[in-house]
Design a protein around this ligand. Sequence first.
Ligand SMILES: C[S@@+](CC[C@H](N)C(=O)[O-])C[C@H]1O[C@@H](n2cnc3c(N)ncnc32)[C@H](O)[C@@H]1O
Ligand SMILES: Nc1nc2[nH]cc(C(=O)O)c2c(=O)[nH]1
Ligand code: SF4
Ligand SMILES: [Mg+2]
Length: 259
Amino acid sequence: MPVSDSVDREDVAGDDQPADGLPINELFYSLQGEGTLAGVPSVFVRTSGCNLRCWFCDSYHTSWEPTHAWLDVEEILTEVEQYENADHVVLTGGEPLLHETSVALLEALDDRGYHTTVETNGTIYRDAPIDLASVSPKLESSTPTPERDPKGDGEWAARHERDRIDLEALARLIEDSDFQLKFVVTDESDMPEILALLEDLREVAAVPIRDDDVLLMPEGATRERLEETRADVAQLAMDHGFRYTPRLHVDLWNDAPET
Ligand SMILES: C[S@@+](CC[C@H](N)C(=O)[O-])C[C@H]1O[C@@H](n2cnc3c(N)ncnc32)[C@H](O)[C@@H]1O
Ligand SMILES: Nc1nc2[nH]cc(C(=O)O)c2c(=O)[nH]1
Ligand code: SF4
Ligand SMILES: [Mg+2]
């Protein structure tokens, strides 16, 4: 659906937010590109707006410069149902759990028998029917320092750094649903933080976290960049006994929108 052809440039926190609406950046049919369900045909519903600002964000128009059309839950369901072969829906963003209406959407999708995956940065917990919580906690290497800021001079760095990890929200998300913990990795300098976070989370969460629930995903929004990161990240997965996840959609379609 060409939502991105008709986007508004309102602020997602603006007053004109419809009660039953979600700011939708794009809605499309593709193959799940990441994680344990990679390769599964899925409808992607991408909300706009994020509470973080990763310097590498591959969805720039949901975070750094959010654009969207407002669709209510019924309109989203109508679009999703047009893809008759899809049994899976991926709710992503931006940060989809910023929006309370995401819960109503997930409930409606669950009622209709869809398998739902939520792609989330793990900083916000909501009580919703989620079949797979695909949680991607953000590491220090994601922080938009002045040198890495794609837009300004590091204005978001302190807020990003303050908010990127919430152990309680992470624990509740993984206790409530099947889950995967999907870390964006560039090189081995990311590993000590991943290991320390896992140790802390294993202490507070009431469910076990197996090593194969932990996924290392190479940083890269383009084929060119993935070429630089993926072999090292694959080796790190082997060294630590974690799972490697490809970015199948980038291999197939590079950085094209609606893929
Ligand atoms: C755009 S985010 C939206 C969901 C949520 N805000 C989050 O970060 O998990 C979707 C997925 O893309 C990942 N991602 C974003 N930019 C990336 C990049 N440059 N390389 C690899 N993964 C990236 C995120 O870590 C997350 O798993
Ligand atoms: N094909 C495809 N698979 C994906 N898995 C997670 C995605 C996301 O942006 O959350 C994504 C995406 O943008 N495209
Ligand atoms: S948390 Fe997700 S959507 Fe937000 S800036 Fe980071 S990668 Fe982008
Ligand atoms: Mg993506």
